[in-house]
Write a protein of this length. Structure first.
Length: 167
């Protein structure tokens, strides 16, 4: 067992973090903070602080859902001390996890008509939901949720009509 201050090879770090070696080399190209020592033949030796930084990058990418760009910003704007715990870093607005869906591929549902809106309101009581939203969410978020709720009601109505016409 190596001491905590010993340098590690890429193979050792790869095994320890359960991350393929090619991914570690890729991260080196994307995160200038990662600077393992390179000896004869380009053999890499990671310092303990490099390994700790790799753990942080791995956690942000794989566990917290950040993108490469988001982690780059976080590390660039984050604390000077790499040992500072992540939960003390202000991350709001840096980069939220990105959805896997390209918005240009998402179809826009048709606007609800008065008829479909009335039918949907008969099915789902919304007054309690709206009261709860008003009390706990910022106005912009509440409006967005209400908009989505209206779309869902419209879709429900269209599905019910399609089922009725198919029968």
């Amino acid at each position: 067992m190596k001491s905590a201050t010993a340098f590690r090879t890429i193979s050792e770090v790869s095994t320890d973090l359960d991350v393929p070696q090619h991914v570690l080399r890729f991260w080196e190209s994307r995160f200038p903070q990662l600077r393992p020592l390179k000896r004869g033949g380009g053999r890499r030796y990671y310092r303990p602080e490099d390994v700790e930084l790799l753990r942080r990058i791995q956690s942000l990418l794989y566990l917290e859902g950040y993108t490469i760009k988001g982690v780059q910003r976080l590390l660039k704007d984050g604390p000077a001390d790499p040992a500072e715990p992540l939960d003390t870093i202000e991350t709001s607005g840096i980069d939220e996890p990105e959805p896997d869906i390209d918005p240009s591929y998402v179809a826009t549902p048709p606007e609800p008509t008065a008829e479909t809106q009335a039918e949907a309101e008969d099915v789902v009581p919304t007054s309690g939901v709206q009261d709860a939203l008003s009390a706990t969410l910022p106005e912009a978020a509440r409006r967005e949720i209400e908009s989505v709720l209206g779309e869902l009601k419209s879709i429900r109505s269209m599905l019910a009509k399609a089922v009725d016409s198919a029968e």
